[in-house]
Design a protein around this ligand. Structure first.
Ligand SMILES: CC(C)(COP(=O)(O)OP(=O)(O)OC[C@H]1O[C@@H](n2cnc3c(N)ncnc32)[C@H](O)[C@@H]1OP(=O)(O)O)[C@@H](O)C(=O)NCCC(=O)NCCS
Length: 221
């Protein structure tokens, strides 16, 4: 007997989906997060150069790592309002969860600006998937939510993240700094405008569940 499809959630952000010919971003339900736990338990960032700024659940030792990671997402879900929201997506390749791609809006009504956060299972890296999932979430931001700008930050020695931003047309936008494992380090800041995104906009990415999500994020039509 076929397994029935999981019912859509009562909470629209969990029903948002982005599909590319290669991978999908699916709303990070607890069931999806549970399927990611083995990767988190094994370790996402286990050696320098450290990719994430502090505080970061993924730097903790297991099992605190898994518990803190789940709490961070539960807290982020609970905090959604017009002035701050964060959409958490599980990256799915051939039916298997392999990482996360988040989209964050701060005072989105005024600035129409998003930032992104992502990670992939170490064994899924360097195959072009990081670029693919960033393009997917940018499609959601610009096409689905009407963003005008996307920003990104990556530590100066995070070559993969910096390369993804550069390859997708982001322009350098100064530097910032933050601590990682307690030590300060420079971050490259990147900016992609709507016009720059339109120049390489893809036509093979599809969105689902976006209209129902807009009111939850305080985005007017
Ligand atoms: C960042 C991340 C999601 C990128 O995904 P990825 O699948 O590894 O990246 P891609 O395969 O799409 O590669 C993108 C570019 O980076 C380059 N690249 C990837 N890993 C690299 C590395 N370790 N060193 C140098 N270049 C690298 C690729 O060659 C490619 O370059 P190109 O555009 O010139 O072809 C992934 O590396 C990751 O999870 N890193 C740890 C967490 C992290 O850094 N998150 C972001 C925090 S800001």
């Amino acid at each position: 007997m076929d397994t029935p499809a999981a019912p859509a959630s009562t909470y629209p952000p969990l029903n948002v989906q982005v599909h590319t010919p290669v991978l999908s971003l699916l709303g990070a339900t607890d069931a999806m997060l549970e399927r990611l736990v083995p990767i988190v338990r094994k370790g996402v960032a286990t050696e320098p150069p450290w990719p994430f700024d502090d505080p970061m659940s993924l730097y903790q030792d297991s099992p605190n790592r898994e518990w803190a990671w789940l709490r961070a997402m539960w807290a982020g879900r609970g905090r959604v309002n017009e002035s701050f929201w964060r959409l958490y997506f599980v990256v799915v390749l051939d039916g298997e969860p392999i990482g996360m791609q988040d989209l964050i809006g701060v005072d989105f009504a005024a600035f129409r600006t998003v930032t992104t956060f992502s990670w992939l299972s170490p064994d899924a890296r360097r195959r072009g998937l990081g670029r693919e999932m960033r393009q997917a979430v940018l499609h959601l931001a610009f096409e689905g939510l009407g963003a005008r700008r996307a920003e990104s930050e990556a530590f100066f020695d995070n070559h993969a993240s910096n390369r993804v931003s550069a390859a997708l047309g982001y322009q350098p936008n100064g530097i910032a700094w933050a601590t990682r494992h307690g030590d300060p380090a420079d971050l490259n800041r990147w900016l992609l405008t709507r016009e720059q995104w339109l120049a390489s906009r893809r036509t093979d990415i599809t969105l689902a569940g976006v209209p129902d999500c807009l009111p939850v994020l305080g985005i007017g039509s």
